[in-house]
Ligand binder design. Structure first.
Ligand code: SAH
Length: 262
């Protein structure tokens, strides 16, 4: 199958190998938008590997009933380990992460860590999960949250998308990633674009002032306020500098926030 044609490691390019029973899902998502552009610009390369290609026999069976009974089917160990070993040979320096709800919680730090490696291999489970013996062949398990998905593909896509955004040049505008939520431990400030009035609601005047220092301070103030209101957990253990403390104490009217056009 075309997605099984494993190509060689390319220096400087982030190699993302996703092992799945539905590789078409991965390829389809990664074709569009930033991931598509990053691929055509040689910033990252996707290898969507069909685990079924590593299953033996005419029917290439990939699942079986669990020993000891119970509902559902499990992914068999041989095809999974076959696919994992092929990836390990191809990308010896890439960590291999299984997608699964019992794993380390995926967040910005993990995304940064993965983006710093030459590549990553993401293994997608299906059904009730995998034969436990697969664990000896992976480097760890990554969870995207405390809920159960039907398969690891959505989780792998979340991981891949978040990691590729962090690669140099992937966003086109280098500045965009650095101002996003979580980058400095805060949520992002609010944005507005045209029209200047929507159903009677205008845009904060400060954004139309042309005063860049004032705008930057307002944005910082908004980030701090939002984080305090919506995600106070992010501020726990985060030392606020004097300027941040001063900003947080400011009242709305300091910014002459009456909306333009309202
Ligand atoms: N029976 C398992 C869930 C299996 S769900 C349990 O209770 O733990 C099927 C597959 O979806 C898993 O093997 C895993 O690859 C993927 N998956 C489900 N939830 C996930 C999550 N929160 N994060 C990452 N992968 C997940």
């Amino acid at each position: 199958m075309w997605w099984c044609v494993l190509s060689q490691w390319t220096k400087g390019m982030f190699e993302c190998s996703v092992l799945s029973l539905f590789p078409g899902l991965i390829v389809a998502y990664a074709k569009e938008s930033i991931l598509g552009r990053a691929q055509s610009q040689g910033i990252f390369r996707l290898h969507a590997v069909d685990i079924r290609a590593f299953a033996a026999g005419k029917h290439r069976v990939v699942d079986d009933v669990p020993y000891g009974g119970g509902a559902g089917m499990l992914m068999k160990v041989e095809p999974l380990v076959g696919a994992i070993e092929a990836s390990r040979r191809q990308f010896p320096n890439a960590p291999i992460w299984l997608m699964g709800p019992c794993g380390r919680r995926f967040n910005r730090e993990v995304a940064r860590e993965l983006a710093g490696a030459p590549g990553v291999v993401l293994v997608c489970g299906r059904y009730e999960g995998i034969d436990e013996r697969v664990r000896a062949h992976i480097d760890g398990e990554l969870s995207i949250g405390d809920y159960i998905l039907t398969g690891g593909e959505l989780a792998a896509l979340c991981v891949m998308d978040a990691v590729v955004r962090l690669l140099p040049r992937a966003l086109g505008n280098e500045a965009s990633a650095s101002f996003e939520s979580f980058e400095d431990g805060l949520l992002e400030y609010p944005h507005y674009t045209r029209p200047p009035t929507f159903r009677g609601v205008g845009v904060p005047k400060v954004l139309l002032s042309g005063n860049h220092a004032h705008i930057a301070a307002w944005r910082r103030w908004q980030s701090l306020r939002r984080t305090q209101a919506w995600r106070p957990d992010l501020l726990v253990g985060r030392e606020l500098c004097a300027e941040e403390r001063r900003l947080l104490e400011q009242e709305e009217d300091v910014w002459s926030l009456d909306e333009e056009g309202a």
